[in-house]
Design a protein. Structure first.
Length: 249
């Protein structure tokens, strides 16, 4: 999403504003609210954030705006210890006036990457960000975390990538813990990857007939596959000798 300003980056002057009484308290800021704040109407340097970082991005640009203001009384008002929520709302929405947009097309290569925060391992996995995954996955312990995250988030590509780059053993898989689900449950859950499941079976990392101990205790992977009507997974599990105690099979 992009962070731009009202009316194509041009903030309407105070006489257009329904909160004129608020803005009238500040002499200089009246001039500053009618401005172009991001280059040539944002063509050159529109800030772009993902949705998770938009609140932080808004805060940073608001701080920058306040610091650049030449209105000392406005600055003192913004920095006041007793600033009420309604006052903060007025500063954001009736002086700064930001807008968020999902760009339909970006036709410029003039981008600058600004690191706001560290990318978490889960974010790297869900985004299939292999550059970041390679930076963070420096040993088998972290590789197992990434593998677990790729399975729970159903990221087949990342799971196979981790499996192909680390020698994962049955004992390693046993060490993967989840509060609610067994690893066998996760491997056979709704929309789980048959390719990942077959890799686990072929390498002896799981047994096709292991009973779940947590959620749906007593069931097995074949029960899950039938429950979710996953014909490909049912065929795969039967191929490797899966059975079930349930009467409907």
């Amino acid at each position: 999403m992009t962070l731009t300003d009202h009316f194509d980056n041009a903030i309407p002057p105070v006489f257009y504003h329904e909160h004129q009484s608020f803005l009238d308290k500040f002499s200089e800021v009246n001039k500053e609210v009618s401005r172009y704040v991001h280059g040539s109407k944002g063509i050159i340097d529109v800030p772009i954030f993902n949705t998770k970082d938009m609140k932080l991005g808004l805060g940073l640009y608001l701080i920058d705006f306040i610091r650049k203001s030449e209105d000392q009384s406005f600055k003192e008002f913004c920095y006041g210890k007793n600033l009420a929520p309604v006052d903060l709302d007025r500063i954001i929405n009736f002086v700064f006036q930001p807008e968020y947009h999902i760009p339909r097309m970006v036709s410029t290569e003039n981008f600058k990457k600004v690191k706001i925060r560290e990318i978490s391992l889960e974010e790297a996995v869900t985004a299939s960000n292999y550059e970041e995954i390679n930076k963070q996955v420096t040993n088998k312990k972290i590789a197992l975390q990434a593998l677990f995250l790729s399975i729970t988030n159903q990221k087949e590509d990342v799971a196979l990538y981790i499996l192909s780059n680390f020698e994962i053993t049955r004992q390693d898989v046993i060490s993967i813990k989840h509060e609610l689900y067994d690893i066998e449950y996760l491997l056979s859950a709704h929309n789980s990857s048959c390719k990942v499941l077959e890799y686990f079976i072929n390498k002896g990392l799981v047994d096709v007939n292991t009973k779940f101990k947590k959620t749906n205790s007593g069931d097995c992977m074949l029960d899950n596959a039938i429950k979710y009507e996953n014909a490909e997974m049912i065929k795969l599990l039967l191929k490797y000798g899966a059975t079930s105690d349930n009467k409907y099979i």
